[in-house]
Every structure is written in structure tokens, then in C-alpha cells.
Design a protein around this ligand. Sequence first.
Ligand SMILES: Nc1ncnc2c1ncn2[C@@H]1O[C@H](COP(=O)(O)OP(=O)(O)OP(=O)(O)O)[C@@H](O)[C@H]1O
Ligand SMILES: [Mg+2]
Length: 275
Amino acid sequence: MNIERIQSPADQYITAAADKISYPVAAGNQGETLLLMEDVSVSFDGFKAINNLNFYVNEGELRCVIGPNGAGKTTMMDIVTGKTRPDAGTVVFGDNINLLEMSEPEVAEAGVGRKFQQPTVFEALSVFQNLELAASGNRSPWNLLRKPLNTEQQEHIQQVALTIGLTELLAADASVLSHGQKQWLEIGMLLMQNPKLLLVDEPVAGMTHQEMDKTAELLTSLAGQHTVVVIEHDMDFVRSLNTRVTVLHQGSVLAEGAMRDIQNNQEVVRVYLGE
Ligand SMILES: Nc1ncnc2c1ncn2[C@@H]1O[C@H](COP(=O)(O)OP(=O)(O)OP(=O)(O)O)[C@@H](O)[C@H]1O
Ligand SMILES: [Mg+2]
């Protein structure tokens, strides 16, 4: 993998010490802790996929999580969403909400939205209808038979369509969308639920460079109003997000900081970037 130092206009915001980094406001990193994971461990058949993990995300922050295959990145998201129960540890969200006591639907209801790698939009429905279904929380096409949307709901759909860049395509069937557009629609479907925290697993896999740039813009624009955690392997994309990066390795945090510090960290280069 090619490692070069980043030099971007935003570098001026970054001070030397990794723990005293200041970012542009859009990247957040200023508010209260929204997600806290402490001493979290989980084993699968004796293998510690997550090992005494400590991970904190601030309200309004955009955070990127990187690390080798099998590092535990997806498992970490599974624990937050209630899909996997840890053997030990604490997971607290927002105003002291213990996520470990909640079912998957309850975690979603509390304001955690998750996007999986493969888009799951309804191809036979329009972009508008996909957003409409997502708004109701009932993702069954039969749900479209219910009473028409009120003005506020219509406006919300328009606003989300604008955010994800699909206003012109609201009436089009989702089947005609490009791979990238389907991914944005899926993010839009999450936004219809007004999540506080968005967990996004490998959003740019299979995207063109142009689509990647637009995705970086979209995720950056969501930070502030939402808190966003993005898992990604594509280093050019991670660099373009220009935000705080956490490196997971063997189920724990190996390093955290600005990308330019991360890519000069010898341990990180050895276990991941130097591959
Ligand atoms: N439900 C499960 N049952 C058994 N093993 C699992 C389960 N979920 C994850 N693992 C194992 O835990 C480890 C961490 O997997 P995880 O999917 O979290 O890694 P990752 O960092 O997301 O990797 P990748 O970059 O390849 O997506 C792997 O060894 C995986 O095989
Ligand atoms: Mg994964």
C-alpha cells in the first residue's frame, strides 16, 4: 500500500500532539461523549474478537475506523447495535443509556442507525417510495397502502433527497440507480429515522472515484448534526475524510489520531498500512 504524507488546506487545523488535535468544525470532535465503550470483550469459540476495547466518540463527530481484516471492526458495530452481546464491558449511548440491556430494535429506536455494506433498497419502488418506507420504520412495501404523508413528512423526504443528491431522481425506480446512488439512497433511508449516531461499514467498496468523493462530501456534511462512525479500508477515501482515525488491531485500539500521525506510527505501518 502506498503511504504518502497528506498535505491539505485543513492541515492548518491540526496541531502536533495526537491527543490535542483540533479539527475543522464540520468534523465535530467538540461535544460531549455520545458513545462510550469500555473494557469490552467478546470471544467466538475461544477467539477474542474484541479484547478490552475502549472506544469513545463525541457528539457531532465524524470518526473513521480502520484496521486489518478480522481486527474486530464489524464486531464492534454488532455490539453497539445489539446484534452481538459482549462477554464483558460497558456500552453507553447518549444520556446514560445502557445499550447492553436493549434489543436490536430498541437500540435503533434509541437513535442508532446502521448501514451494512450491501444496499438493501427496494429496486421496484421509486427513490421517493424507498424514503417513504424508511420514514415509517416499517420497511414492507404493503406499508405504502396506508394513509398519505403529511406535509412535514413530504418535506423531510425532499430535504433528505437533497442531502443525498437524489432530488432529480425521486420519481425514478431504484433499479436504475448506479451502485453509488443506491448506497446514498440507503444512507438517506437511515436519515429518515433521524438517527443521532450513524454506523457505516465500508461505504465506498465498489464505487468509482467520483462516487467516493461525493460520499466523502455527504458523510462530512452529516457530521455536526449527526455523529458518524465509518469503517473503511480505502486509504485515499479515509484521507479525504480528513478526520480523526481509530486503528483497531486484534480487537483493541492500536492508535488514534489524525491520519498523518497514524500513517507515521511504526506499529500501524507494521500491522496494517505496510501490507
Ligand atoms: N458471529 C461470529 N461468530 C464467529 N466468529 C465471528 C463472528 N463475528 C466475527 N467473528 C470473527 O471475529 C473476528 C473479527 O471479525 P470482524 O468481522 O469484526 O472483523 P473486521 O475488522 O470487520 O474485518 P474485515 O475488515 O474483514 O471486515 C474474525 O476472526 C471473525 O471471523
Ligand atoms: Mg468488517
